[in-house]
Design a binder for this molecule. Structure first.
Ligand code: PGA
Length: 254
């Protein structure tokens, strides 16, 4: 049985005081012991302050990126151990905005996943096709290539610590959600890929989140599908009430 997860990706929003206020509000709005794993991913500068707020709760902390080296002359980068040191348990890797604006390749995603796993951070690995690719009916080919690149040479024993997020690029921040059927079809494809390329156990255990314009109104119908185990939420995670409502609606499904 996979425990549902709702993760909030705050992207490049909120200074430290705002991040602290939002995390305090989320903490106070969420019921205790929910049957959903809840994670928030603030900007780097706010990580440790948010950690202080959430330390004594079940709400997990994640970063939005990392660099794969441990330390060194890599101006502007941040290492896995630095994220751990800030209180992180999770890290988003390979988000489509990083692929698009910062030229992240599947090979870089692969190095980042390995570095995260090595230090004991749980990577939330993002895959997803663009509108152009979907219109050309290439979505499964694109996702297949992204999965092959991302999980190349990653030990089966480490795969249990991985979370995958399917985020169709055309649905991110556009208000255009994939239909539950479209999402389920790709989630099933990803799970089948895991069976074929890793093993049955890994495939059955890995949580696959959906991301792209998730709101309180659509989370239920998305999660009604067998292979959709939760969501990576952008815009709707920036308001405590909305985020808590998504968690609540996700919880009611099980
Ligand atoms: P959105 O973003 O919910 O604002 O569409 C999702 C994401 O990019 O993770």
């Amino acid at each position: 049985m996979r425990k549902p997860m709702i993760a909030g990706n705050w992207k490049m929003h909120k200074i430290i005081s705002e991040s602290v206020a939002l995390s305090e509000k989320i903490k106070n709005t969420l019921e205790k012991n929910v049957h959903v794993d809840v994670v928030v991913c603030p900007v780097f500068t706010a990580l440790n302050s948010v950690y202080s707020v959430l330390e004594d709760t079940d709400i997990g902390l994640g970063a939005q990126n990392l660099y794969w080296e441990k330390e060194g002359a890599f101006t502007g980068e941040i290492s896995p151990i630095m994220l751990k040191d800030s209180g992180c348990e999770y890290v988003i890797i390979g988000h489509s905005e990083r692929r698009k604006y910062f030229s992240e390749t599947d090979e870089m995603v692969n190095k980042k996943i390995k570095a995260a796993l090595e230090i004991g951070l749980t990577p939330i690995v993002c895959v997803g096709e663009t509108l152009e690719e979907r219109e050309a009916a290439k979505e499964t080919a694109v996702i297949n290539a992204q999965l092959e690149g991302a999980f190349n040479n990653i030990d089966i024993n480490d795969m249990g610590n991985v979370i995958i997020a399917y985020e169709p690029v055309w649905a991110i921040g556009t208000g255009k959600t994939a239909t539950p059927q479209q999402a389920q079809q790709i989630h099933q494809f990803i799970r089948q890929w895991l069976t074929d390329n890793k093993d049955n156990e890994v495939s059955a255990a890995i949580r696959i989140l959906y991301g792209g314009s998730v709101k309180p109104e659509n989370i239920k119908e998305l999660m009604d599908n067998e292979d959709i185990d939760g969501a990576l939420v952008g815009g709707a995670s920036l308001k405590a009430e909305t985020f808590a409502q998504i968690v609540k609606n996700a919880k009611e499904v099980i």
